[in-house]
Design a protein around this ligand. Structure first.
Ligand code: MN
Length: 261
């Protein structure tokens, strides 16, 4: 038995009337990682070592072993990642219902604002104004913030650290609750190294996106790229993390299905 929607989908993919856009950054030893203050344990970067490559160690096969923190490169943040989300049911990478990894994408463009102010914070008022043009953000959707930050190819410029910490855009403390409660989204996605602004340690609450989104059992996607290839509405995002048992997140491949112009 076939289903017309799935048959139409594969036909559209084959005929390229639906494109697949890769929202993932390459994962390699130079992938930038978040630096924490010295008093906290830090996450290692990505490392990779060859096990064999058609040689004495394995004449017909090539494979590697790799290591990294769960929150490295383009990655998923599960609610269990933050203390505010630790008591939700099904809050880890292995227990989140898989339906919740797929949803329509709403892409909010803040490139012009970030060019003027690299610490720009997205507010509920900004989102509501955006909705006047593009329509109300639907329940169970991904809200992706296109800041242009992924164009920063030099890790130093990407992290943009100064004496007082990193400077990069993020969410105003009122925005996560608005998106979680008023819009009931799946989660949010950003181009920066983490879902919170570089200066989020100075906000109240600290790291509002982590504290409030995960507190509301919502997800995060960090270090996305190619958001400029997505329309403001109409794309579908597929973002399943690795099924790490009790994982707080994982690097992942994030794909968007996008109607051709
Ligand atoms: Mn993370």
């Amino acid at each position: 038995m076939s289903n017309a929607i799935l048959t139409n989908l594969v036909t559209a993919l084959a005929g390229k009337s639906i494109k697949v856009v890769d929202l993932t950054q390459p994962l390699h030893p130079k992938t930038p990682i978040l630096a924490l203050p010295e008093e906290f344990a830090s996450s290692p970067g990505f490392s990779i070592e060859t096990i064999s490559e058609y040689d004495d160690r394995g004449p017909a096969w090539y494979w590697n072993k790799f290591a990294c923190g769960e929150h490295t490169g383009t990655h998923f943040d599960a609610p269990i990642h933050w203390v505010t989300g630790k008591d939700h049911e099904n809050n880890a990478t292995d227990t989140i219902p898989v339906e919740r990894f797929i949803g329509p994408a709403y892409v909010i463009d803040i490139v012009a604002e970030v060019e003027k102010d690299e610490d720009f914070l997205l507010t509920p008022a900004y989102i509501e104004n955006w909705e006047k043009t593009h329509g109300k953000i639907a329940k169970d959707s991904w809200v992706l913030v296109r800041s242009g930050w992924s164009k920063r190819k030099d890790p130093k410029e990407f992290l943009n650290a100064r004496e007082d910490g990193s400077h990069s855009p993020g969410f105003h403390p009122d925005a996560p609750t608005f998106l979680a409660e008023q819009r009931d989204v799946l989660g949010i996605g950003v181009e920066t190294v983490g879902t919170d602004a570089g200066q989020a340690h100075t906000l109240d609450p600290m790291f509002p996106c982590h504290a409030l989104m995960h507190g509301a059992n919502k997800f995060g996607l960090a270090s996305l790229t190619n958001l400029d290839q997505l329309p403001p509405t109409g794309a579908v995002v597929i973002a399943p993390p690795l099924k790490i048992v009790r994982g707080s997140g994982s690097p992942l491949r994030v794909l968007a299905l996008v109607p051709s112009a």
